[in-house]
Design a protein around this ligand. Structure first.
Ligand code: CA
Length: 476
């Protein structure tokens, strides 16, 4: 009897003793992991069969998989401007990838905008960014000036993975001259160039692992933004990883698979570091891709978005719906799928709410919402009545309302799909439901009134659209 009591006491006390102080629960560490051009169906937790991703699957199982998770733009840089500000980036004119030009003062995240890192730093967090920046090459846009205490990575939109070569393995394909300059730009620690050593994704992972370990005992919680450029082109991977995928006969898919598997391996190492330093329970982790997989366009990387239609650069689901995970073991139940539409703009308000951080009321209003009440089941309504997209200053529009998806481009008449029965957007219902199409078109027009014309333009459609044309076209 006595042993039983002692044993029960030990059992009851042991887990409690291992837990951090209650305050740690209300101020979690925050880790935002972003993959680049990852296909909707290219990780195990989304259904991929040919690319095992055990560590990402483990992350998914530890929290919530958002099946209908979106980004606010179907290409790299505007998508990043959206999730780092929590605002539709067209509100501040951000609708193109910026020029790779350190003198371009307008090509970057406007200084009037406040980033997630700014807000978390004000709330007492140590802030770090690792990897791809792509929010402006001018020094005024440097991560250290946008809220990040620590930075390791490259400022452009992409980078070679293997030192010394921008050529894709096997294909021999080279990027154009401008892209070469961007792909071979300096690897920086804050503003200091460091030698390019080893495979890049692996190295970004080493930096992230070192960061979460270094800050494990800090009195302050930390925020780390880990932005892989993988699996964006150029297709390059470590030899040992390529060997693991020898059974994939398509060479480009084989290299792509090795790149995704490298991201997975790195995420596994970071999760292990969080475990061994006792931080996993009190770390809120988001995982997304910045846009859908490019399958046939210029940056095609052999990704797959099935069962979705379209790809990077489209407002079809394949361009904007992405793998989307939220994990916070101390607070969010594990092993769930959440199917209401959510968007990357929600990351910022969710993180701020988790951190107990307030946002200055003088700042511009957010478009994202705090997802915690929804993911915890405290609010069973949809987080958003509608989600909206606009591309290239008005070249394309899309709206999602419940299961309805309305879209239009200048090349095509308006289209309407019921995603509950047609996630592949193959049966246009505009004629069958003209009243719904009209309602969503009107809501798109209303939303558009709150946007501005692009403040910078970079090679839209090969220069076919000039600034005047963009302003004229900026209506649904
Ligand atoms: Ca991208």
């Amino acid at each position: 009897m006595k042993h039983t009591v002692i044993l029960l006491t030990v059992l009851l006390l042991a887990p409690l003793a291992a837990l951090p102080a209650a305050d740690s629960y209300s101020r979690p560490n925050i880790l935002l992991i972003v993959a680049d051009d990852l296909g909707y169906n290219d990780v195990g937790f989304q259904g991929a069969r040919d690319i095992p991703t055990p560590h990402l699957d483990c992350l998914a199982a530890s929290g919530v998989r958002c099946s209908d998770g979106y980004v606010s733009y179907p290409v790299c840089s505007p998508s990043r401007a959206g999730y780092l500000t929590g605002r539709y980036q067209q509100r501040f004119g951000y609708e193109f990838n910026p020029k790779w030009d350190a003198t371009a003062v307008t090509h970057g995240l406007p200084l009037s905008e406040t980033t997630l890192a700014d807000s978390l730093r004000s709330a007492g967090y140590t802030t770090g960014a690792i990897g791809k920046w792509h929010l402006g090459a001018h020094p005024q846009f440097h991560p250290n000036r946008r809220g990040f205490d620590e930075y390791f990575g490259f400022l452009g939109g992409g980078h070679r993975y293997l030192p010394g070569s921008v050529a894709e393995i096997g294909t021999g394909k080279k990027a154009n001259k401008t892209a070469d300059t961007e792909q071979t730009s300096a690897i920086l620690r804050n503003s200091t160039e460091v030698p390019e050593v080893g495979e890049l994704t692996t190295r970004l992972g080493e930096e992230a692992t070192a960061s979460v370990t270094r800050h494990a005992r800090d009195a302050k919680p930390w925020f780390l933004y880990l932005a892989f450029n993988a699996p964006h082109t150029p297709l390059q991977a470590r030899e040992d990883m390529l060997k693991k995928f020898a059974s994939i006969t398509d060479e480009r898919r084989r290299i792509y698979a090795a790149m995704v598997a490298t991201v997975d391996e790195v995420v596994g190492r970071i999760l292990t570091a969080l475990d061994t330093t006792g931080q996993r329970e009190r770390t809120l982790i988001f995982f997304i891709s910045d846009n859908g997989g490019p399958m046939t366009k210029r940056s095609a990387n052999a990704s797959m978005n099935s069962p979705l239609r379209g790809q990077k650069g489209d407002v079809f689901e394949g361009g904007i719906r992405i793998p989307f995970l939220v994990s916070w073991p101390a607070r969010i139940p594990s092993g769930r799928t959440y199917s209401q539409p959510v968007i990357s703009l929600d990351i910022l308000p969710t993180a701020l709410a988790a951190a107990g951080a307030t946002r200055d009321t003088k700042l511009a209003a957010l478009d994202g919402v705090d997802l915690l009440p929804f993911l915890l089941g405290k609010n069973i309504a949809a987080p958003h009545a509608r989600l909206f997209w606009r591309m290239d200053g008005g070249e394309a529009f899309a709206v999602r309302e419940g299961n309805w998806k309305w879209m239009r481009t200048y090349q095509n008449a308006p289209q309407l799909y019921d995603l509950s029965t047609d996630v592949g957007e193959s049966r246009d219902l505009v004629t069958a439901h003209p009243e719904i199409a009209a309602r969503l078109a009107a809501s798109s027009a209303d939303w558009n009134h709150g946007l501005i014309a692009p403040t910078f333009v970079n090679n839209p459609f090969g220069g076919l659209i000039n600034r005047t044309g963009l302003e004229k076209n900026a209506k649904p």
